[in-house]
Design a protein around this ligand. Structure first.
Ligand code: ZN
Length: 427
């Protein structure tokens, strides 16, 4: 491992502080020194990367990741991929996320029982490149709800997308199975989803005794419960049972907002609004016309989600980007588009949007003390960006503008050698 000194960079440190010109020295896997331009750092043997004014910022965090979503347009299409191909797919996608600047990803469910765990372990062992990763379970659901893809003529649950449970005993068994496999998070589908018309978004399916049985096991092992919760009732159910990572939260009444605010120091919301947008506006080529999306309830949900999430942001509840990329209509590695949506639709400033994927990213990864900020002593997860993301967030999803990505002190995407002296800056 060689040390690296970034000079002449615009440091956007991830905390919300205004950027400044400076230098950053990485020794081993840590940021050793952060200097303003007035006090240059001595390279002392480090490889010097002259950023020529490019932005150096923390690597981004994707808070709602599904490596195993395989660009299909349906849950059944994802599930149809045979296991062996699916493992290879996930490995390839993990590498792509890292190179796109996502140095941390929070797994939000996988399509087969051990996909996430195996990929996380392979990344950690250095077998394959990939982000820091928190591995999730499959979606645990109840018969007839989101994730139950069992066809009527097939036995269950082997052929389902999620694991179908009935009652606390079956829940306990499913959760213990995933904990045995070594997941970091157990995913519960509390609400329905407009994607599955038999169980729409505003319906709430899981029984309290089932959620309680799951969370008892999760807490005993010191793991995290995470929830698919689009309905207001499901958001409240998640909060009542100690789930601290809520996906979607499209519909929230005042009581749910108050409960979220009261728990804001432990709660994260990762809505994944890109898929709502895409289904309404960009999915005709994949067989979903705007009229069909409206008929499925997506206009109502889009309107509700913008209102709910804007209110959460105003109340200081941490809303993080990412979510449900990996469908045909939401391709992998465009995830940073959420930052633009946060500004355009949820009332974030560009700086707040960046902070949601950097500072909050370190927090949701449960490593707030060492991840998500360009700061001395912190882990060297960094990206070098051609241009100013605060002026144009779209450059964060343009591979040509991501000049370099470093994870744990090592380049995952190395700066081009020829360009090390002076980056050609596009406008
Ligand atoms: Zn999801």
């Amino acid at each position: 491992m060689t040390d690296t000194l970034f000079t002449n960079v615009r440091v956007l440190d991830g905390t919300g502080t205004n950027p400044y010109t400076g230098s950053v020295l990485v020794q081993g896997n840590r940021i050793r020194q952060v200097g303003r331009s007035t006090a240059p750092i001595s390279p002392s043997g480090a490889t010097v990367i002259d950023g020529a004014g490019a932005t150096l910022m923390p690597g981004m965090c994707e808070a709602h990741t599904h490596f195993s979503w395989n660009d299909a347009a349906s849950l059944a299409g994802i599930q149809a991929m045979p296991l062996e191909e699916h493992v290879l797919w996930c490995a390839k996608v993990a590498k792509r996320y890292l190179e796109a600047g996502f140095t941390s990803c929070v797994g939000a469910a996988c399509a087969k029982p051990r996909l996430d765990v195996v990929i996380r372990n392979a990344i950690n062992a250095g077998q394959i490149p990939g982000p820091r990763y928190l591995a999730a379970s499959q979606e645990i659901t109840v018969l007839g709800a989101l994730g139950d893809e069992t066809l009527p003529h097939l036995p269950f649950p082997e052929f389902s997308f999620g694991v179908n449970i009935n009652g606390p005993e079956e829940m306990r068994k499913a959760v213990r199975m995933f904990l045995k496999y070594g997941v970091d998070s157990v995913k519960l589908n509390l609400s329905g989803d407009n994607f599955t018309p038999q169980s729409p978004a505003e319906t709430t399916w899981m029984a309290d005794d089932e959620v309680a049985a799951a969370m008892r096991e999760v807490k005993i092992r010191g793991k995290r419960g995470i929830a698919h919760a689009r309905s207001s009732e499901s958001v409240k159910q998640a909060l009542r049972h100690g789930i601290d990572l809520i996906y979607h939260a499209s519909f929230v009444d005042n009581e749910a907002l108050d409960m979220l605010e009261a728990a804001k120091d432990r709660i994260f919301v990762a809505p994944g609004i890109a898929i709502l947008y895409a289904l309404l506006n960009e999915s005709e080529a994949f067989g979903v016309t705007r009229d069909m999306a409206i008929e499925l309830g997506y206009q109502i949900e889009w309107d509700a989600a913008l209102e709910s999430l804007s209110k959460m942001h105003k109340r200081g509840i941490r809303v993080l980007p990412g979510g449900d990329y990996g469908f045909a209509f939401t391709p992998h590695c465009q995830n940073a588009r959420d930052l633009e949506f946060f500004v355009k639709y949820l009332g974030f400033t560009p700086m707040e949007a960046i902070r949601s994927t950097t500072l909050y990213g370190g927090q949701i990864m449960m490593r707030a003390h060492e991840l998500g900020v360009v700061k001395e002593g912190f882990l060297a997860d960094l990206m070098l960006v051609d241009g100013d993301p605060l002026a144009n967030l779209a450059i964060l999803r343009d591979p040509k503008r991501i000049l370099a990505v470093m994870k744990d002190g090592v380049f995952a995407k190395a700066p081009a050698i020829a360009s090390q002296r002076a980056w050609g800056r596009a406008a």
